[in-house]
Structure formats: C-alpha cells, structure tokens
Design a protein around this ligand. Sequence first.
Ligand SMILES: Cc1cc2nc3c(=O)[nH]c(=O)nc-3n(C[C@H](O)[C@H](O)[C@H](O)COP(=O)(O)O)c2cc1C
Length: 321
Amino acid sequence: MSLNTTAFGLDFNTPLCLLSGNAGYGTEYLKVSGFNYDAVGAVFLKGTTEAERYGNPAERVTETPYGLMNAIGLQNPGAATVISELLPKLNWDGKPHFIPNISGFSIDEYASLARAFDQTPVPAIEINISCPNVKKGGAAFGNDPDLSAKVVEACRAVTSKPLIVKLSPNQTDIAEGARRCIDAGANALSAINTVSAMAIDIHTRMPRLGNNQGGLSGPAIKPIALLAVHKIYQVAKPHHIPIIGQGGITNAEDAIEFMLAGATLVGMGTALAKDPLIANKIIKGIQKYMNSYGFTHVSQLTGALELHDNSAGCTPASCLK
Ligand SMILES: Cc1cc2nc3c(=O)[nH]c(=O)nc-3n(C[C@H](O)[C@H](O)[C@H](O)COP(=O)(O)O)c2cc1C
C-alpha cells in the first residue's frame, strides 16, 4: 500500500500537510516531544510579508462552538529575515517539503515576495490571497476573481516555481475564483482559508477579538470546505491542477472525506494546537481505511466520491422512502 503521492511536479512522503500559521517556520514542531516529520508530506510556513509585522492587538484568538476564530494580523519577521535566517535551518531533501506562504498588501508586494522566494531552495510558493485578518489588501484580493487573477499573473511573471493559490471562502463563487487563478497560471489550489466571522462579549458589548473580526477555522467550517473542494475539483480536474483540501480536519475520516471530494493533499491547521502529533494518527487511520476498501494507492481516493443520481427528480419511490 502506498501513501506516497505526486502533485505539481513534487513527490510527497504522505498526503498530509501542516498548514500555514499553525506550524511556525518548520523547526518549532521538532521541539515537541515525539514529533517527527515521517507522517507529513509538506509544511506550509507562516504567512510572510515584505516588512516585519507585529500583528493585531489582543485578543488574537477566541474559541467558538466547534471552531477557533483568529485575527493574528500576519505577525512575521519579514521576508528578508525569513530567507536569510530561517530557511537555512530547514532540510531541503523534500521529506517533508517546506513551502513559504506569501501575503501582500499590493500586487507589487506579492510579485516582489514571489521574486525573492524564487531565489531560494523552496520547491513551491503558496500565495495567500485570502487572509481575512488584515484590514486592507488580503481580503479584497481573495474575494474578487479579477484581483485574484492579477495577483497570480504578477507572481507567475517572476517565478517558474509551482504556485499554489489559497482560495478564500468569502467570495460569491469559489469555483469561478479557482478558474480565474488557473487561467492566470496557478499550479495548485489550497481550499479553504478561514471564513470571515465575529464573536461578541455581551458583558463588555465589544467584539471578542482585538481586530473586531477574524477568521473562523476548525470543525465548524468543514462542511463549507468540503463543498468548496467538490466544486473546485470540477474546474481543476480537466487542467490536472491538484487541490490541497483543508478546513476542520481533525481525524482520518475528515481527511478521507476531503480526498473523496477531490483533494490530492490534505492539511491540518487548528487541530495541531490540540494535538501536534495528529498526523501520525491520521496516517494510521487512512491506511486502515485503504485496507478495508481495497485501495492500494492513496491517489485512488482523490475524487472517488459518487454522487446520488437525482436526474429522475422526486418520485414517490425516491423521496418518500
Ligand atoms: C492561528 C492561525 C493562523 C493562520 N495563519 C495563516 C497564514 O499566515 N497564512 C495563511 O494562508 N493561512 C493562515 N491560516 C489559515 C490556515 O492555514 C488554514 O487554511 C485554515 O485555518 C483552515 O484549516 P483548519 O480548519 O485545519 O485550521 C491561519 C489559521 C489559524 C488558525
């Protein structure tokens, strides 16, 4: 049974990824007792901007039923420091792959970041066009297919490395957003980023987050993310563009659902805060499932979803049983 998989020209140990903003700059998790990268195919580094950023005022995270809201505000040391001081600490043997996540406040900034990472050993670049936590730039790009395409085009012009575009669920038609990003030169799509949200403290009558609003992640968004991946897959499949499915994965069943909906790789973000060793457990669960159903290669799960045939419409036999 094989858990190795291939996507956008790279080989991955396993289809599991650690998601941006939840695994630091790749070295932090190695300090967690018992952690090793064997179960992981890729680690997406924390969103990086040109200049260093201190992020948003506290509170930056708050729990909601079955979810987590965050408004970190892209705290990061800036691209120059990431490139000169943090990337050299990582292994570049592809086990796992370390992939930077770039976030810009203008199209020029995105292009400048893509150009800067193009000159490094990174195997691919993830473009965060959908971060809902910043007051200008990110949300507007990801929510508008025209602007999304312009960002991708600008990055495509300055790098030949694979570009992974991370799509926002906060747009009217995520499949249309995906189509425009593919046309503009995306090699892969991540879906979904966090869902714009708010929580209010009735005693202070103030929003719980210092930024007033934030992005919802965790199990609460999983059904939204699954439908998004299913819709994007219809657009991406004919172009052989792989999807990195994400949004609320906390166990093997969740990961398998995303693959059946069309994901080639799957990622965990919020779940890592509760259990940093979760990838090992998820891999075992995927192996067990593959054994039970006779799958020999993990890629056979991608898009294996079978839809109900509703072409006959509602009949007494189908609707009233
Ligand atoms: C605390 C936190 C920080 C995040 N930071 C980033 C980021 O810097 N760049 C980015 O593209 N996504 C960021 N995300 C979004 C995650 O990478 C992921 O797409 C999203 O949370 C959905 O997955 P999950 O439900 O497994 O967390 C962040 C999410 C959380 C919870």
